[in-house]
Ligand binder design. Structure first.
Ligand code: ATP
Ligand code: MG
Length: 395
């Protein structure tokens, strides 16, 4: 029995001229995602991708799970391939239905509702899709006593897709949607150890952007563990968007200088500006078109409209803030879904919390911030921070 993975794609089918490019990019990302599960071939036609194992060693379930994390994929179905002739399709439907009924979900149930859905793409097939569904449905009812047909609200659906070959399957597993990473430029994520920035990176990557990341740490005010936590977060994000090049910037000196020389209530905004400049340096080095942060309006003092106005002024490239209009609960929901939450809430300090002011100014003006910033030698300090960078590939 031949088994393969059917992969459905979303938006890229609509992208007209760029379509070929999108398809190749997706195929490449899929290949990367499944390579550790064994040898397989990836092919596609008519907006449908197929992953065919080359031998029995292929870890099918692992590959399905990995594909569900690849952006550009809307859903995935493990499917069985048979000749496009009625008896073969029927036999497989009966077998697969039997397997479904003996899963833990259904084995104890007295009655299970189902329906058959047929899609006939092969025009030379002698029966209509309606006829195939009706015939197979009837045979399944004969075979399994506890089945009843319910076309409106079935517990599961037996699908038969009749093409050159026929695919029979019962599961459709939801993917991430979005667009294949690599087809929409590059972004530099400012990655802290918090809940927000990994989610921000996920959201931008979902639109097809290849992600790079920069993290500022203030050893010994922040610990080695705090750094490890950020590397772990980058590693979780990389499951969705390929390997991430992570720049770890030693930031203690700069922070101390701000703390010693500048007004305390403006410290965080001044620090944010310097982070922007350093992040931008690495962004240009990597060919990125934008910076990405996890800020959302009003969440903390440095994320008021006025504070972000001052922060933004230090950047000479677009700064994307995909969480800008979201509430914390919405962000937490995504963090949970993508698997970063548990790591994010580990209680290691971030450099932002080391010298926080008791009363940060929530409505700073750019003029006062610029005047205050002149009081420390940020050019020299930032140059040194950049020189001290440590680069890690998170994968
Ligand atoms: P997060 O949950 O992402 O840490 P936050 O709600 O704690 O965000 P802030 O600490 O004000 O908010 O940080 C705002 C944004 O600035 C972060 O989302 C992140 O993009 C960036 N940032 C903060 N600290 C760092 C850091 N140490 N290294 C890199 N970027 C940082
Ligand atoms: Mg934070």
């Amino acid at each position: 029995m031949k088994k393969l993975i059917l992969v459905r794609i979303g938006e890229i089918a609509l992208k007209g001229l760029n379509r070929t490019n999108f398809e190749h990019m997706l195929a490449k990302n899929m290949k990367e995602a499944v390579k550790k599960y064994g040898a397989c071939r990836i092919g596609w036609s008519q907006s449908r991708f197929y992953v065919e194992p080359e031998n029995d060693e292929f870890d099918f379930d692992g590959a399905v799970e990995a594909l569900c994390r690849v952006f550009g994929i809307v859903s995935v179905s493990p499917a069985y391939v048979v000749e496009s002739e009625f008896d073969a399709i029927k036999d497989e439907a009966i077998r697969l239905c039997g397997a479904k009924l003996s899963t833990r979900e259904y084995e104890r149930k007295q009655s299970v509702k189902f329906k058959v859905e047929t899609k006939r793409v092969l025009k030379s097939f002698p029966m209509s899709s309606h006829e195939v569904s009706a015939e197979i449905g009837g045979m399944l009812l004969d075979e399994y006593e506890k089945l009843t047909v319910d076309v409106n609200n079935p517990d599961f659906i037996v699908y038969a897709e009749i093409r050159e070959r026929t695919y029979v399957y019962v599961d459709i597993i939801k993917g991430q949607g979005g667009m294949p990473v690599g087809c929409n430029g590059r972004g530099m994520l400012l990655l802290s150890g918090g809940i927000d920035s990994p989610v921000a990176g996920y959201m931008i990557a979902k639109r097809g952007v290849r992600m790079y990341a920069v993290h500022f740490h203030s050893y010994p005010y922040t610990s080695e563990r705090a750094k490890e936590k950020v590397i772990e977060l980058a590693r979780i994000c990389s499951k969705y968007c390929n390997d991430i090049k992570l720049f770890i910037v030693p930031y203690t000196e700069t922070q101390l200088a701000i703390h010693e020389n500048c007004r305390e209530d403006l410290g965080t905004v001044i620090m944010r500006r310097s982070m922007m400049r350093i992040a931008e340096h690495f962004a240009r080095e990597c060919g990125c078109q934008a910076l990405v942060t996890g800020e959302s309006i009003g969440q903390v003092a440095s994320q008021t409209m006025q504070a972000m106005y001052c922060t933004n002024d230090a950047a000479n490239m677009p700064v994307f803030r995909p969480l800008i209009g979201m509430d914390k609960v919405e962000v937490v929901e995504i963090a949970n879904r993508i698997g970063t939450f548990e790591t994010s809430i580990q209680p290691y300090e971030d450099c932002c919390t080391v010298f926080t002011a008791k009363h940060p100014k929530t409505k700073p003006t750019l003029a006062e911030v610029l005047a205050e910033e002149e009081k420390y030698d940020y050019k020299e300090l930032e140059k040194r921070a950049i020189e001290g960078v440590e680069v890690i590939w998170a994968k």
